[in-house]
Design a protein around this ligand. Sequence first.
Ligand code: FEO
Length: 174
Amino acid sequence: MLSEKMVKALNKQINREIYSAYLYLSMSAYSTFEGLKGFANWFMVQYQEEMTHTMKIYDYVNDQSGQVKLMTVAQPPMEFGSPLEMFEKTLEHEKFVTKCINDLVDLAIEGKDHATRIFLQWFVTEQIEEEANDNEIIAKLKLVGKEGNGLFMIDKELAARVFVPPATSEPSQA
Ligand code: FEO
């Protein structure tokens, strides 16, 4: 059983995750238009991941007999500048999401909501991975600068990313 406050906070997070999906879909579209197929693929996979994050929370609220309430999804930007700028914006956004997840954990601890605290652990770990991925790509992009060959190689590398649906059996073995 979730508190009203927690249902409200989780519904807000559903909205943020959908917005994240929308943002990365927009980055994918922009990359395609810019002729960066690998970047477009990477962000398309990211879009799919964000939709699984959305549905994880959606299912959890339902399972806990809360009411999912969907809200307006904000329009994402359409232009993102250079690949480096695009990934810096991605990292910035993920840092914001990490803060939101941490706030949710604080709320769960405050309300002695052990189930939600355990549920959110998956997201805490996921955020570490998301930020690490972005940092790694940013470092590579800084290394190659505006050099065409380097950018071409990174684009090729990002083209190999494949969407892997997260395991559905929770809790984790940790
Ligand atoms: Fe669902 Fe990228 O945070």
